[in-house]
Design a protein around this ligand. Structure first.
Ligand code: GTP
Length: 235
């Protein structure tokens, strides 16, 4: 296998499945099955999940809500998603631990780096909730930060598009997909992979990012096996 320890970033919106908001249990169960295949191979899996299916701090701010307040609501939304994912993974027979950046210890373990690493070494899927625990940071930043902290080999950013294109493939059918691209090239071309804070943190720490379509069955397995699907960003 190409990777020993991965950090999987899932968007909150992806959990909506066919719905307009909230969590689709069918989609959750599908994700759990995909993750199980990888865990069964002995790959250590950490997960950061967004909260956009429940609440987005930025959207709150644009509606006149205090940004920090909105971001706190968004962080709590990621904890809700984390609990849902934990439950689905446990239904699939996977051992998990949910660790949160904000202390809510009646609900989940507080995040402690060494604890997180031990859990991973013991084969538990570790879900990181509440983002970085700070306002003004996205869950992409949380994903990069945690990946660096726990020494993950790669960030797998599961999205609904199958990679990085030179133009938005949902707007232009002629858009061309990159198999590989460098961090510098992404910045130079102004392509959107992650927000700048998250992206440069990944670049500075030489942590590769693979953007791939998580909604196609078998894709996660293909990515961890080193198959050339999606787009890989590295130095
Ligand atoms: P090790 O024994 O170190 O391998 O890890 P462990 O997680 O199995 O042991 P621990 O006794 O710390 O945890 C047992 C259970 O309690 C696990 O399901 C943990 O997720 C949970 N747990 C541990 N600490 C906390 C906490 O602060 N809050 C909550 N809500 N659960 C916790």
């Amino acid at each position: 296998m190409q990777y020993k320890r991965i950090l999987l970033k899932l968007s909150g919106e992806a959990l909506m499945g066919e719905r307009q908001y909230g969590i689709d249990p069918k989609r959750l169960a599908e994700y759990a099955e995909e993750i199980k295949k990888v865990v069964d191979l002995g790959i250590e899996v950490a997960i950061v999940i967004g909260g956009g299916n429940i609440f987005r701090g930025v959207a709150g701010a644009s509606n006149g809500m205090d940004r920090v307040q909105g971001d706190h609501m968004g962080m709590l939304a990621t904890v809700i998603n984390g609990l849902a994912l934990q439950s689905a993974l446990e239904d699939a027979g996977i051992y998990t631990r949910l660790l949160t950046a904000l202390e809510i210890k009646e609900v989940a373990e507080p995040y402690i780096k060494r604890k997180a690493i031990r859990h991973l070494e013991k084969g538990r899927v570790v879900i990181f909730g509440a983002g970085t625990g700070n306002p003004y940071f996205t869950t992409d930043s949380a994903a990069v930060l945690r990946a660096i902290e726990v020494n993950a080999d790669v960030i797998l950013k599961g999205t609904r598009v199958d990679g990085i294109y030179n133009e938005d493939p949902e707007k232009n059918t002629e858009a061309i997909k990159f198999d590989h691209i460098s961090f510098d090239e992404v910045l130079k071309k102004g392509l959107k992979v992650m927000d700048t804070t998250a992206f440069t943190l990944s670049q500075e720490n030489e942590l590769p990012i693979i953007v791939f379509d998580m909604n196609t069955k078998g894709n996660l397995m293909k990515v961890v096996s080193g198959e050339n699907i999606g787009t890989k960003v590295n130095l």
